[in-house]
Design a protein around this ligand. Structure first.
Ligand code: GLU
Ligand code: ZN
Length: 471
């Protein structure tokens, strides 16, 4: 049997962590068994489907490298096929027309609820002898009224439903549109899907879908229902979590490798191993060790993994990704130190590309203003003389080397009898605009003479202006 899995999102919103995990599990399972992974967009719900969501889903999958072998198929392009099967089902008696109006259905529902019953469709049209041709109708599936449906869920084990609990579900609405539960079945059947891996919110749909498949004498695929992912507060993810869209993680400077590694471990394990690369996952992944309980999202762990990958993937690869990232942030790296050099020196300080871009920016661009608190503390009259001395000294340097720069700063500290730490902080504020940077001699070295002198001058002017305004 050739394994074939699918990811079948409804394009009603962005691609979020939960869906990515379903996609990832389906994709990996196909890759593990040299099977096929297909992408299907379930867009029959016209009112809620958006083309922007389709774009966002494709973009997210591509970013993560979850490539598909077939598709994307769009259900709205398969309407003829659904109608064809519905016609067959009407002819074989597996489906029937229901003439009940929404008003009648609602009235019945109300009555059942007031009698303390679970609302259900009473199947009044199932055996209608006289067909009222002039009335609008929906088409319902003739679900068996006795017996049970059982399936062996790969994650949850045996699950059984009583047929009587299942309504005769609508497979085509009165507006002629086939419904989700029906289209999924026909698609999975036509596309020879062997394993349906999806969210646990679909467990209740599964017996209905199996019954339709049975009525068509079709083979039943294997099902695996994946549990929910909860946010850091143990609640369902919501729009407020700001992590609804997987692309947000790109924007925040996460690497796809880290995200994949993180997401796979949200509910799947292989001993207590934490770090997995893709090649390894393609050999190891299976459905048997997926956890049935829900998993909680933990940003600290994701950050830790991201830092790990920043430091362990090849420097050229990280450098290229960072280049693109900085370009998107409008940082022009043409004029300034070699980015790979910067990375080599400082990469172990950072958790994300965003961190790096933000901290490397000052090497390439003049910063607009000093951090207020640091300026108040360091850019003061008392320090004017130190800065002027350093400026004059550095202006005459014909060699620009870390050792020489570091020695010059050191000597200045001794001469003026101030702590080296103080002078370093002062230079940090002067040259980077804030009180946090890597080793200051290496910063001065990488900035180069021209930028260093320019910034020293700027700070000297800043202090002079400030004191002038005050007096
Ligand atoms: N379109 C469904 C959803 O986005 C998934 C259907 C399925 O995987 O069977 O929830
Ligand atoms: Zn009816």
């Amino acid at each position: 049997m050739k394994v074939k899995t699918r990811f079948a999102p409804s394009p009603t919103g962005d691609l979020h962590i939960g869906s990515v995990r379903t996609a990832l599990y389906s994709w990996l399972f196909a890759r593990r068994y040299n099977g096929k992974f297909i992408l299907r967009i379930e867009d029959t719900d016209f009112e809620r489907s958006k083309s922007l969501s389709v774009e966002s889903i494709l973009k997210g999958l591509k970013w993560l490298g979850l490539n598909w072998d077939e598709g994307p198929y769009f259900q709205t392009q398969r309407l003829d096929r659904y109608r064809e099967v519905i016609e067959i089902m009407l002819n074989t008696g597996n489906a029937y027309k229901c003439y009940c109006s929404p008003k009648e259905i609602e009235a019945e529902r109300f009555k059942q609820l007031s009698e303390g019953k679970k609302p259900h469709y009473t199947r009044v049209c199932r055996n209608l002898k006289i067909k009222n041709i002039n009335k609008k109708y929906a088409i319902r599936f003739k679900n068996p009224t006795s017996g049970k449906v059982t399936f062996e869920d790969k994650i949850r084990g045996k699950i059984t439903f009583n047929n009587l609990e299942l309504d005769d579900l609508i497979i085509q609405r009165s507006n002629g549109m086939p419904t989700y539960n029906f289209c999924v079945v026909i698609d999975d059947l036509d596309m020879n899907i062997t394993h349906v891996i999806r969210g646990e919110d679909h467990i209740n749909n599964t017996p209905r879908q199996i019954n339709i498949l049975k009525s068509l004498n079709a083979k039943i695929p294997i099902y695996a229902h994946v549990s929910m992912i909860l946010n850091e507060n143990g609640k369902k993810f919501s729009k407020r979590d700001n992590s609804e869209n997987i692309i947000e993680y790109y924007k925040k400077g996460f690497l796809p490798e880290a995200l994949i590694n993180y997401i796979i471990r949200l509910g799947w394990s292989h001993g207590d191993q934490e770090i997995f690369n893709l090649a390894e996952l393609k050999k190891l992944f299976n459905l048997d060790t997926i956890n049935k309980s829900s998993s909680a999202f933990n940003i600290k762990k994701l950050l830790w993994l991201n830092k790990y990958y920043i430091n362990n993937l090849s420097i050229d690869y990280i450098c290229n990704i960072l280049k693109d990232y900085m370009k998107n942030e409008n940082i022009n790296i043409e004029k300034g130190p070699n980015l790979k050099f910067l990375l080599n020196l400082y990469k172990n300080r950072f958790y994300t590309l965003q961190d790096m871009a933000c901290n490397f920016r000052f090497f390439y661009e003049e910063f607009e203003s000093f951090d207020l608190q640091s300026a108040n503390k360091y850019l003061i009259l008392k320090n004017l003389c130190i800065l002027t001395n350093i400026y004059n000294k550095m202006k005459n340097f014909s060699f620009w080397e870390i050792e020489i720069l570091s020695e010059a700063i050191h000597n200045e500290a001794i001469k003026l009898n101030i702590k080296l730490k103080e002078i370093n902080m002062l230079l940090r504020v002067v040259l980077t605009g804030r009180a946090y940077s890597p080793n200051i001699s290496s910063v001065i070295f990488l900035l180069g003479k021209e930028k260093t002198l320019l910034r020293l001058k700027k700070a000297i002017l800043f202090i002079k202006n400030k004191t002038y305004v005050k007096s």
